[in-house]
Design a protein. Structure first.
Length: 653
């Protein structure tokens, strides 16, 4: 249990958190949300002992093992898998002791080290580290690459893998989905649902939060309020609370006006003076319910393109990849000495108004395709044809880093439009929330979200008719992501989007293309279908590996005649056993389907209860119980659906 008692925290002269009373129970998966600058990261720093409370107390369990993602990754020569293994510090120390004892020939010390490694489950640790790396998108051959050979985004993933490797009772994750693509986000979501300790997550990805958390902590105006349930439940609860608060405020204001009217009319009359005095006292004692202050939502838009040609861009029979001497879009390892083919025989056509989301596993070539569409990468073969009026707005994962150090938003825009009047530039920047003196501040002091917003503003200035956006939501908060979704929904040109944000993809894309196994093809389905495809892809890969291993073993063995008969008998036994297993699997499939149908019915009933406004006026304990029940049922349903898919594939095979 973690307890904050009258806790307050400052950063410089600014009071971030004030008089916080909060208890976080063991095993909770808590999403910490709030606008940028409200104190989320500072709260994490306090939990890690990096900053001290300015008032009050923070009580943590004794000997609490805490894990978090490091902000920096040193340029080490160590292999990636060894760096991840180092996240388990106790195991790393035991392995060093074992190596030292072997070098000295000290058998007694070696025995102690062996015993300690077994206690820490150390002999399968390398396999666990490999699974973490694989889940976060590292190809098997890259596990032995030196840490320094990876690009910045991939080193962030290494830090995340190292944090997940560390045994912990408390795991702190600050924006863990930044620098991940969609399939890595889906994998991480599954991993975190199985995590046994207490989990605190800062994230601006609402779908990710909905899939992981069971409680929500909202930081706002120096305070902190705890809600049971995931992010969607928080939104419903908060909206209802704000509605009730506004109703109470309006009722109180009406009563105040009535009392004041009586006082004004009768305070001078001797016969009514006593009643007037009574009402004055009553007026003074009224608590004063605060009116709901509408949080100023941020809106922007992409201007109407000057012209949107019908046939904008097409690539025919293209082989996409990287010439000799380049690293490629994976950012893993050193530059190749030969041209690297990523995608073959690509036929991709963009018409006016099309809105396409690109889906695909890590390193499959989504960024390569986007760079080829932009023209940044020349096709290794084939042809790229662009309309003469095509005007591309391109946001790449490195766009934010390309802003000029020391320059202001006004300087950046003036460089793009040197002859335009200063007031026009200032008005445009104001529409992107760089108003007043903010337009002249150096970008060096901007947050990641502010820098991303400026990069998008500079793209919008050119009035593109085709937007190619590769992970534009990194560092954007929830409000900015909603604003971006609204702006893209209202954009009149064409759009190609790569994003790990499922909410954004679902809001703005009309169709999806899958990039996998060197092929680009239309994907017939939605994002839930894609998640199922990823799971089935993993299952098929495992079966293929097992089959290959079995084939190697069979081909290497010499079989005699008696052995052949024995093998035939064994095969008949295996076939009979397989039939029994199939029968059991079919029965289990029916049971799973029945249970899933029952869960759907229970969830429908629960959602109806949670949608009833009267429940929010009742017992908080009852509300928490319903939300927790909803979370348990959703988790059970996901587990059963995954089991059903595995059983179905097994029966098909």
């Amino acid at each position: 249990m973690i307890a904050f008692r009258h806790f307050a925290l400052r950063r410089g002269s600014r009071l971030l958190l004030s008089d916080i009373d909060l208890v976080i129970q063991s095993g909770w998966r808590l999403g910490v949300i709030g606008r940028n600058g409200c104190g989320k990261s500072s709260l994490f720093a306090a939990l890690q002992g990096q900053v001290e409370a300015d008032a009050g107390d923070l009580d943590l369990p004794a000997k609490l093992r805490l894990a978090s993602v490091a902000q920096e990754t040193p340029m080490l020569p160590d292999p990636a898998i060894e760096y991840v293994l180092g996240g388990d510090e106790e195991l790393a120390a035991a392995l060093r002791d074992e190596a030292d004892a072997q070098e000295r020939g000290d058998t007694e010390a070696m025995a102690r080290a062996h015993h300690r490694i077994e206690e820490l489950h150390g002999y399968d640790a390398r396999a666990r580290a490999g699974r973490l790396l694989h889940g976060l998108g590292f190809a098997p051959e890259t596990h032995e690459y030196a840490v320094k050979e990876f690009s910045g985004g991939w080193r962030v993933r290494l830090n995340l893998a190292r944090a997940l490797m560390a045994p912990s009772e408390l795991l702190l994750l600050d924006e863990p989905t930044n620098h991940l693509d969609l399939d890595a986000v889906l994998w991480l979501e599954e991993w975190l649902r199985r995590y046994q300790g207490t989990l605190l997550i800062i994230s601006h990805d609402r779908e990710f939060l909905d899939g992981v958390i069971d409680h929500t902590l909202h930081l706002d105006g120096g305070g902190a309020k705890l809600y049971a349930g995931n992010y969607s439940a928080f939104e419903r609860l908060r909206a209802e609370q704000l509605r009730q608060q506004q109703i109470a405020h309006e009722r109180e204001q009406a009563e105040r006006a009535h009392l004041q009217s009586f006082i004004d009319r009768f305070k001078a009359k001797a016969s009514k003076a006593k009643q007037a005095q009574s009402r004055m006292k009553r007026l003074e004692k009224m608590a004063g319910t605060e009116a709901v202050r509408a949080e100023r939502s941020f809106h922007f838009q992409f201007a109407q393109p000057d012209r949107v040609p019908d046939s904008m861009l097409q690539i025919e029979d293209v082989v996409a990849g990287y010439p000799a001497g380049s690293v490629g879009d994976e950012g893993q390892g050193a530059a190749s000495t030969e041209a690297k083919v990523v995608l073959g025989d690509v036929r991709f056509r963009l018409e006016a108004g099309e809105r396409i989301g690109l889906l695909g596993p890590n390193g499959a070539g989504k960024s390569t395709l986007v760079k080829t569409l932009v023209g940044e990468l020349e096709p290794l073969a084939g042809e790229r044809k662009a309309h003469k009026d095509l005007k591309i707005g391109y946001f790449a994962q490195h766009t934010v880093e390309s802003l000029h150090a020391g320059s202001s938003p006004f300087n950046h825009l003036q460089d793009k439009a040197p002859g335009v009047a200063a007031q026009v530039l200032r008005d445009f920047l104001g529409g992107w929330n760089f108003a007043g003196e903010r337009a002249f501040e150096s970008v060096d002091g901007f947050s990641g979200g502010e820098r991303a917003r400026l990069a998008l503003a500079l793209i919008a200035w050119d009035k593109p008719n085709l937007l190619l956006l590769d992970e534009p939501t990194n560092h954007l908060d929830l409000d900015m992501r909603e604003a971006l979704a609204d702006a893209l929904a209202g954009f009149d040109g064409a759009l190609v989007l790569v994003s790990h944000d499922r909410h954004l993809l679902g809001m703005v894309c009309d169709s999806f293309w899958r990039v996998a196994d060197g092929v680009v093809e239309p994907f017939d389905g939605d994002l839930d279908d894609y998640a199922r495809w990823l799971r089935s892809r993993g299952g098929k890969a495992k079966k293929k590996a097992k089959a290959a291993k079995a084939g190697q073993e069979n081909s290497s063995a010499e079989v005699s005649a008696p052995e052949t008969k024995a093998n035939a008998a064994d095969e008949r036994k295996v076939a009979a056993l397989q039939r029994e297993n199939d029968k059991a699997s079919r029965q289990r499939v029916k049971k799973v389907e029945t249970r899933v149908a029952a869960i759907d019915a229970e969830l429908t009933a629960l959602e109806a209860k949670l949608a009833d406004p009267d429940i929010y006026n009742g017992s908080t304990a009852e509300l928490m119980k319903l939300s927790q029940q909803q979370g348990r049922l959703r988790g059970e349903k996901e587990t059963l659906e995954a089991e059903w898919l595995e059983l179905y594939e097994s029966l098909e095979a």
